[in-house]
Ligand binder design. Structure first.
Ligand code: ADP
Ligand code: MG
Length: 626
């Protein structure tokens, strides 16, 4: 996998007035805009305030929805009408997110297309609409900070694990918000640019991003100022929220024992516990002990308990372990050891926790970068990327990778991988296919994603059909199937029959995004089942091969009968019968035996047919010559 350099400077005409675009970090928990000012990226802070917009929307009884800090305060009082963590639902279906919905205080349903809808004040909203409200607020804050209308051109970041549907959802949200997306960029990609790591001559970088709801680790290599993404791993359901939950559980257990389930199931209680927990957690970042202090006014509850940092770290030790497991997997994918990483970058508000800094320093054996605010670094990097795309400073782009392999189901249910996982995007690959039966005028393509050998064990991304192939003998049509992943990670698959030029294509936008556990599960099971898979694949291939031979033999046997001796015919008929029995089972050895036996028995018929064909061809030639 070589790297690609994109020279964007060459394609852009210098603008008379300096044009700028926004870099937007559309976060699960917080969103933020930055832009290029005076030769460097800077966060847009109105009146010196932070500029972070909590990704929370409150729907009041009447009037426009309220977004951001103010909305977050409503969560305790009116949790049913306060929507947060919307990013988790982008491009998802109910089944993908059933588990987390159970813990959220607001309601969700599915529309007729199986896409998720969140409910507030009796109205249903698509996640895209809600993200659009957040983006609009971010844009407003940016305008206030700039003192004029902020640009509508922007770069928006997404977690590295976002799949096609989730990236597409993000684009849709921006369109709804009236923004013009120059590019969707992976968050770790942006963070690397913010740290200007392209200034290094050579080396390896690990970007560790632990936010409120998502976690990614990405391994990059740098050579002569050019980045290459070697591997990415993570968990889109692991973040600061999980640390909060552990503290909230302390309150839940204590108060549940005292007041019963009725209290702990109360959405207002849950929300209050969550906020108290986060507050306590943030205090523990700065001091060795803090108070978990919970008030639920309408239940007349005021509860407090002291928590030490040691206790908190013990309560959350497994969460840190999970992030380190991802680091190990990413390193192994990149074929590197922790000692070969030259720079480590911490991203996301949760990396402020001392335990994260300590464990990461231990793990990689070096002090991580924390010079930039970890919750601003992604927006800053997005602004750098925006500047690049507007024709600014740098001529190099950091390239992303596709986290899972992409391929097509072939006859018998095996998968032909066309783009390998961890391929740098944008990328494309083409592979040749042909027909299975004579006079077949259409081919069905089934696009799948995953590491397993059999299509049924991978995720189905979509199907399409190439129609109108002129009748030809099996194996004659030459169909080139091209997989193209653009810079945003969106996949297009097209198929073209070479002799006739007929083509079909599909933009792959799966109905639901992958859950991270699906991605993880697919990666893990790819390793765990390698042996079993190989056998299943071999069996499928053998069955296909035998199937083709059976069809060909049945078609030609009668024509060939006259030219064959009785014994050969009986021999072939026996082999034919045995082969039909063998394909009913999955026993690789038996299939192999049947195939070999069949091949041997079919030899006389094949020789005869070849002779006939050759004769016909010769006759054709001599006729033509006349
Ligand atoms: P996201 O990328 O998911 O939108 P951020 O990078 O803004 O999230 O991180 C938000 C998370 O960071 C929240 O869980 C928040 O509680 C946590 N966080 C912010 N500041 C601190 C701190 N000082 N100590 C511990 N956690 C913090
Ligand atoms: Mg983030």
């Amino acid at each position: 996998m070589g790297y690609v350099e994109l020279n964007v400077l060459n394609n852009t005409v210098p603008a008379p007035a300096p044009q700028v675009a926004l870099g937007i970090d559309l976060g699960t928990t917080n969103s933020l805009a930055a832009t290029w000012r005076e030769g460097r990226p800077s966060v847009l802070r109105p009146d010196g305030r932070s500029g972070l917009v909590p990704s929370v929307i409150y729907f009041p009884e009447s009037g426009a929805p309220i977004v951001g800090r103010e909305a977050r305060d409503h969560a305790v009082v009116d949790p049913r009408n306060t929507l947060f963590s919307v990013k988790r639902f982008m491009g998802r279906g109910l089944a993908d997110v059933a588990q987390e919905l159970a813990t959220l205080p607001y309601a969700a349903t599915e529309n007729e297309r199986g896409l998720i809808q969140l409910e507030a004040r009796g109205r249903r909203y698509a996640p895209e609409e809600l993200s659009a409200l957040i983006l609009r607020k971010v844009h407003d804050v940016a305008s206030t900070a700039l003192g004029e209308k902020a640009p509508t051109k922007c770069v928006i970041t997404v977690p590295a694990y976002f799949d096609d549907a989730q990236r597409q959802s993000t684009r849709d949200a921006a369109r709804i918000a009236g923004l013009d997306v120059l590019r969707i960029v992976n968050e770790p990609t942006a963070a690397s640019l913010a740290y200007g790591l392209d200034q290094r001559d050579k080396g390896h970088v690990a970007v560790f991003d632990l936010g409120g709801g998502t976690f990614d680790v990405t391994i990059l290599s740098i050579e002569d100022g050019v980045f290459r993404v070697l591997a990415t791993n993570g968990d889109t359901h692991l973040g600061g929220d999980d640390f909060d939950q552990r503290l909230a559980n302390l309150a839940r257990t204590a108060l549940g024992a005292e007041h019963g389930d009725e209290l702990t199931r109360d959405p207002a209680f849950q929300q209050a516990a969550r906020q108290a927990a986060e507050h306590c957690k943030i205090e523990l970042t700065n001091q060795p002990e803090a108070e978990l202090h919970l008030m639920v006014p309408h239940k007349r509850i005021a509860w407090r308990r002291r928590v030490s940092r040691d206790e908190f770290e013990a309560l959350t030790a497994d969460l840190i372990e999970r992030t380190l497991d991802s680091c190990r997997r990413a390193l192994s994918d990149a074929k590197l050891t922790a000692g070969q990483i030259d720079e480590v970058v911490l991203v996301g508000g949760s990396t402020r926790m001392p335990v994260v800094r300590r464990r990461i320093a231990e793990f990689f054996g070096r002090i991580p970068h924390t010079e930039l605010n970890p919750d601003e670094v992604v927006a800053l990097g997005a602004a750098v990327q925006a500047q690049i795309l507007m024709g600014g400073r740098r001529d190099m782009l950091l390239l992303d990778v596709t986290p899972l392999s992409l391929g097509l189901e072939t006859m018998g249910g095996a998968v032909s991988k066309i783009i390998q996982r961890n391929s740098t995007v944008p990328c494309e690959a083409t592979e040749g296919f042909t027909t299975y039966a004579d006079d077949q005028t259409g081919i069905d393509f089934h696009i799948v994603q995953g590491e397993r050998e059999m299509a049924r064990d991978c995720r189905s991304l979509g199907r399409f059909k190439l129609k109108g192939i002129p009748p030809m003998p099996a194996g004659m049509p030459r169909v080139a199937v091209r997989f193209h992943i653009d810079a945003d990670g969106l996949l297009t698959v097209s198929a073209k029959e070479q002799s006739t030029g007929i083509s079909a294509h599909i933009d792959v936008q799966p109905m639901h995004g992958l859950t991270d556990s699906e991605v993880e599960g697919m990666l893990k099971s790819g390793y765990a089942n390698a042996v079993e898979d190989f056998a299943a694949r071999r069996a499928a291939d053998l069955k296909t091969e035998i199937g083709t031979m059976v069809l060909a033999t049945e078609k030609n046997l009668n024509a060939g009968r006259a030219g064959l001796d009785k014994e050969s015919i009986r021999d072939l008929e026996d082999a034919l019968r045995d082969a039909k029995v063998a394909v009913q089972q999955d026993d690789v050895k038996a299939l192999q035996r049947a195939r070999d036996e069949f091949e041997r028995a079919a030899l006389p018929l094949a020789a005869l047919l070849m002779n006939n064909v050759a004769q016909k061809a010769l006759m054709g030639r001599s006729l033509g010559d006349v």
